[in-house]
Design a protein around this ligand. Structure first.
Ligand SMILES: NC(=O)C1=CN([C@@H]2O[C@H](COP(=O)(O)OP(=O)(O)OC[C@H]3O[C@@H](n4cnc5c(N)ncnc54)[C@H](OP(=O)(O)O)[C@@H]3O)[C@@H](O)[C@H]2O)C=CC1
Ligand SMILES: O=C1O[C@H](COP(=O)(O)O)[C@@H](O)[C@H](O)[C@H]1O
Length: 514
């Protein structure tokens, strides 16, 4: 649903994890931006839950400081702020204690009474807490009667959903005891990003691209999600998870599905999910014995980034000094269906790389080189680059005549920037909006989660057996040499990321000649 659609139905948002990092950095700012944009209904309430002792006033003050610090849209008027702040409540509760849900119920019911909606309020339960608590919260919500309403009830959960297929399945079964699949909203925040949502439009609304979007015309597809940050203060989670579970199982595979899916029969949630799931079903399985051939894992060492020396992963706070956790993954994937037969999809993601960039490069097949225009061996392939972040947009690299020459070729670029002139909604704004609106299109279905784990698990097992080397890369570089070799074997190479070159016509010469 368009984020510009005003939400009109009253609702209660019960936010577990109200004192946590996600709430502070993403959720309160997103709620405020939605409010400030006039998209929230007159009647809504946010009931924060945590064990930390806070008065309602203290909680509202904490929400204010998170909005001031992180919100896309800023508070410009104290009346506006007071109207927003009045919607926030706080309940001290340990989610493992069923008896402590009564306090939550009281606040929810009081608000619903004020809105003349006794017994029929709409309720959104957001679990911004560790996944091992999801089962217990779902059960306790039901035991406390909080799932009994003739309005709608929905459960939003965050990743990671388990650490492998078996644990994800168990979690899912626990949640299913209280919520149906249609009521469970699994967040993959990449699906809330503007340009990820734009992939379908770029593909299916342009007769320029749609006929070419297959193995007849596309040589390779590259998906890069690079970060400059290291593990930061999340080592307790990350050292267990690693990049394969943290980024590939969810965000990267979601992007892959969007790039590869067939046109849906209708622009409806079910039809889109069906097509995405078919991509995962066609994804060539990588057996444990093949992991070394298809996947590279790396870990950052100390190095220079932005002119500063940064420590190696094993020296980071709370990381096991002998850790073999991967902070980088590169892989060669194949989608074995008629559209994509033989096209390699190269993916890479890593921390402590030279730039923050999420990009998709569609590399088209080259023109026959023996024809007219390749005298100087300077005829490069056409590229379509979809910039997901930080710059949102796309550009195409084409070939044209060098001005003044006879038949000399020069690469040229055509660029579109989505967020250069004005900001676009943050992923969490869009996702919160859709969850309240009841639109599951950009949330992940259980089939997607389960198939993604089934794809990842054998690779993980191969690594856990320790038979495949962990490659090291210096911080501030594009990963280990093995990641370049993976492509070189197929006669390909990574295209340099371009999104650092903000608001600048792309230097296609550099792109093509590097
Ligand atoms: N932070 C991020 O950017 C991202 C986070 N996520 C996911 O979001 C979830 C939350 O992450 P994050 O905010 O970083 O985690 P934090 O550790 O910062 O916060 C955890 C929250 O859980 C609450 N909590 C923990 N145990 C209990 C309990 N027994 N009863 C009640 N409340 C409890 C804490 O409140 P209190 O201490 O007051 O009890 C706190 O509010 C996780 O699933 C994470 O994987 C996903 C993507 C990005
Ligand atoms: O889910 C996660 O994503 C972030 C990267 O998100 P982005 O929106 O900044 O690209 C990553 O840093 C984190 O490790 C992972 O858990």
């Amino acid at each position: 649903m368009s984020i510009h659609t005003k939400l009109t139905e009253p609702f209660s948002l019960v936010l577990f994890g109200a004192t946590g990092d996600l709430a502070k950095r993403k959720l309160y700012p997103a709620l405020f931006s939605l409010f400030k944009s006039g998209l929230l209904p007159q009647n809504f309430a946010v009931i924060g839950v945590g064990r930390s002792k806070r008065t309602v006033e203290e909680f509202r003050t904490a929400v204010r400081s998170s909005v001031d610090q992180f919100s896309r849209l800023k508070v410009t008027d104290e009346n506006e702020w007071n109207q927003f702040a009045r919607k926030f409540f706080y309940v001290i509760a340990d989610v493992n204690q069923p008896g402590q849900y009564q306090g939550i119920k009281t606040v929810v019911e009081e608000n619903e009474k004020d809105w003349n909606l006794q017994g029929k309020g709409n309720r959104l339960y957001y679990l911004a807490i560790a996944p091992d608590l999801f089962g217990s919260v779902s059960r306790n919500l039901r035991l406390a009667g909080l799932t009994e309403t003739s309005g709608w009830k929905r459960l939003i959960i965050e990743k990671p959903i388990g650490h492998d297929y078996a644990s994800a399945k168990k979690l899912n079964e626990q949640m299913k005891e209280s919520f149906t699949e249609q009521e469970i909203y699994r967040i993959d925040h990449y699906l809330g990003k503007e340009m990820v949502q734009n992939i379908n439009v770029i593909r299916f609304a342009n007769s320029l691209f749609e006929p070419l979007w297959n193995h007849h015309y596309i040589e390779t597809v590259q998906i890069t999600a690079s970060e400059t940050v290291g593990v930061e203060d999340r080592a307790n989670y990350y050292d267990e998870a690693g990049a394969l579970r943290d980024m590939v199982q969810n965000h990267i595979l979601q992007i892959l599905m969007m790039v590869c899916m067939e046109p849906p029969s209708r622009l409806k949630t079910e039809a889109i999910h069906d097509e995405k799931v078919k991509v995962l079903r066609s994804l060539r399985k990588i057996e444990e014995s093949e992991a070394a051939e298809y996947v590279v894992r790396g870990q950052y060492r100390a190095g220079m980034l932005d002119g500063k020396l940064v420590p190696g992963y094993r020296d980071e706070k709370n990381v096991n000094p002998a850790s073999n956790t991967e902070t980088f993954v590169a892989a060669k994937l194949y989608v074995d269906n008629l559209r994509w037969a033989g096209v390699p999809f190269y993916i890479r993601t890593g921390k402590r790389m030279p730039a923050k960039a999420t990009e998709i490069v569609i590399q088209f097949k080259e023109m026959p080189k023996n024809l007219y225009f390749n005298k100087n061996n300077d005829l490069g392939p056409n590229l379509l680059v979809i910039n997901i972040q930080p710059v949102e947009g796309m550009y195409m690299v084409l070939n044209a005549k060098k001005p003044g020459s006879i038949n000399e070729i020069t690469p040229i670029a055509m660029e579109f920037c989505n967020n250069c002139d004005q900001g676009t909604p943050e992923a969490y704004e869009s996702l919160l909006h859709d969850a309240v609106a009841g639109d599951q299109t950009f949330f992940t279905h259980w089939d997607e989660v389960s198939l993604a784990w089934k794809f990842i698990d054998p690779i993980r097992r191969a690594w856990d057996r320790g038979e495949i080397p962990l490659e090291f890369y210096e911080s501030g570089t594009w990963g280990p040499q093995a990641a370049d070799d993976l492509l070189a074997k197929e006669g390909h190479r990574w295209w340099p990321v371009s999104s650092q070159r903000r608001h600048q016509i792309v230097k296609a010469n550099e792109m093509v000649k590097m």
